[in-house]
Ligand binder design. Structure first.
Ligand SMILES: [Zn+2]
Length: 256
């Protein structure tokens, strides 16, 4: 079975540090290939507490869209879990250069546990097992950040991770399922944190017209506004299927 499971739907610092929502990121399974995306704080615990349990030693890869803590807090322990303490060399780590150099979030000693480290760059194709994907252009975010287009069956999936809105953005992600990080309810004039608001998401969805849009990675203003209400209103206004992810949501790709 191919599926996406949301092991966290928290975005930005307050929702993460207070754990108002979990911050474990996403588990993507396609056929026999398992990829963990953005293992934020709590990823390992969320995997093991998941029902049915998601076993990290079955992972074929771990992908970081960028180095911020809400996306990478558990990356080291997840690498250890994937490789059974480093004793079974396994898997591919995908990460932007910035997450690996200067002030790296991936410890050097765990890097030898994985079979391969692949550096994410703009507009390139990658593959792990049955999961093929490509990056779009670099996002406008304070860290080096890439969103992903997964060319997978039975449904293509795009992940619009953290970014400030920019004019090309609505053209970059054309997956049938669009997972989109919406941190803010309303735009903030000169947002120093560079995140999308509901207005930005509306602009993207009008152009992209996915079969299903899934909102996630909620900041405080979104939590207060009840993401499921925001999603329902957006869906009605745009005539599209829009849902809000909740912690533990599992989406069977065959059923979309
Ligand atoms: Zn984030």
């Amino acid at each position: 079975m191919s599926f996406i499971k949301f092991l966290g739907t928290a975005g930005a610092r307050f929702v993460v540090t207070k754990q108002l929502r979990s911050s474990g990121g996403l588990w993507l399974s396609v056929g026999k290939t398992n990829l963990y995306i953005d293992p934020g704080p709590g990823a390992l615990v969320r995997c093991l507490n998941s029902k049915p349990k998601l076993e990290p030693s079955t992972l074929d890869g771990i992908l970081l869209t960028h180095r911020h803590l809400d996306h990478s807090g558990d990356v080291n322990v997840m690498i250890e879990a994937m490789t059974e303490g480093g004793f079974k060399k396994r898997g591919v780590l995908f990460a932007p250069r910035e997450a690996l150099e200067e002030d790296p979030v991936v410890l050097k000693y765990v890097r030898s546990y994985v079979e391969k480290v692949e550096v994410l760059k703009e507009n390139l194709d990658y593959r792990v097992g049955e999961i093929q994907f490509s990056t779009a252009c670099r996002h406008q975010h304070r860290a080096e950040t890439y969103g992903i287009n997964f060319k997978i069956k039975p449904r293509s999936v795009s992940l619009v991770t953290d970014t400030k809105f920019f004019p090309e953005l609505p053209n970059l992600y054309r997956g049938e399922i669009l997972v989109i990080h919406v941190v803010r309810l309303k735009p903030v004039g000169d947002d120093p944190i560079d995140h999308l608001s509901v207005e930005d998401v509306k602009t993207i969805l009008k152009k992209a017209k996915p079969k299903l849009a899934i909102l996630t990675h909620f900041g405080m203003t979104m939590i207060k506004a009840k993401p499921w209400v925001v999603a329902e209103e957006l869906g009605k206004e745009l005539g599209l299927r829009v849902i809000a992810a909740s912690d533990g949501l599992k989406l069977d790709l065959e059923e979309v």
